[in-house]
Ligand binder design. Structure first.
Ligand SMILES: *Cc1c(COP(=O)(O)O)cnc(C)c1O
Length: 294
């Protein structure tokens, strides 16, 4: 059995003092919010399942985490992508290489998997599904225990979103599991994949009751996922210098830019959730270095 606890550290960035929940340190292979989202599948027995099938991008963190889960469970793993860059095929690296090393079979082309039999476990792109709630309830409980131990009465939490699954189930669990009469922490998040409207829609698909939704904050300017932005690279380097912590290059740079633009989050003690994904930097960092230098 794997122990799902991660330390909380105190860091300072650009004059703001912060707590950081180091979910990137849960386990060398199975970490970050994908470990939380797939915790349910790791913890429970599925005697009839022999194979897990999913789809998404060829460098996704979810893909890599599923390859680890499949290996731990002794399942086959098939993954569907629309496209793989020639460069990646010729020079496998990052999440793609690690997932292949774990035995992933990859299918390229349009048209994803179709459910055919009950020995197959289907996982939505990015792990956006209701089973994710299980692991995020455990994260919520860990945070509340830590608050109590450290006498932190009020707390703001921040994490950047893709599908919004992590932020949503975290806020919901904090509301439900919290002690009656005690103010529960507020979860703030920003959209990294689409815009605020897209993220709100994602929340509603997972949870109809808007009382359980996190607060969405964002920048004015439009942001395209996985595109290179000089500002993102600059803040990522600065984070590394000032905090000594390696953050991921896809979500965290935008997350910190949004945070610095929204000082209201710092009006209470603030906790940043490090959601892992650092293995993906193996593919993002060389792209940034080629474009903007070291
Ligand atoms: C997957 C991922 C996210 C986005 O998580 P969602 O639950 O889809 O919002 C954010 N950060 C990192 C590092 C991730 O791997």
């Amino acid at each position: 059995m794997m122990i799902f606890t991660s330390p909380v550290e105190t860091i300072a960035f650009e004059g703001h003092s912060f707590y950081v929940k180091r979910d990137d340190l849960i386990h060398p292979d199975f970490s970050g919010n994908k470990a939380r989202k797939f915790h349910y599948f790791l913890e429970n027995d599925f005697p009839h399942i022999t194979k897990v099938v999913s789809h998404g991008s060829a460098q996704s963190n979810a893909m890599y985490s599923l390859s680890v889960l499949a290996k731990m469970k002794g399942w086959e793993f098939e993954y569907y992508v629309e496209h793989i860059a020639d460069y990646l095929l010729e020079n496998p690296h990052g999440n793609y290489k690690s997932a292949i090393d774990n035995g992933m079979k990859i299918h390229v082309g349009r048209g994803g998997p179709t459910p055919t039999n009950q020995n197959i476990l289907y996982i939505e792109e990015g792990g956006r599904q209701k089973e994710a709630e299980y692991g995020l309830k455990i994260l919520a409980q860990e945070i509340m225990d830590w608050q109590k131990e450290n006498n932190i009465a009020e707390l703001n939490i921040f994490l950047p979103s893709g599908t919004g699954t992590t932020a949503l189930f975290l806020q919901k669990s904090l509301n439900i599991e919290g002690v009656v009469g005690v103010q529960h922490p507020t979860v703030y998040t920003c959209p990294c994949v689409g815009d605020s409207e897209y993220l709100k829609k994602q929340f509603f698909e997972l949870e109809e009751d808007a009382n359980y939704h996190p607060i969405i904050i964002s920048l004015e300017k439009k942001h395209h996922f996985a595109k290179l932005y000089k500002e993102n690279y600059k803040i990522w380097l600065k984070l590394q210098q000032q905090t000594g912590v390696e953050f991921d290059l896809l979500y965290d740079p935008l997350g910190w830019r949004v945070l610095l633009a929204h000082p209201e989050v710092f009006s209470k003690p603030a906790l940043y959730i490090h959601q892992g994904g650092v293995l993906g930097n193996e593919s993002m960092l060389p792209r940034y270095e080629r474009k903007y230098g070291r």
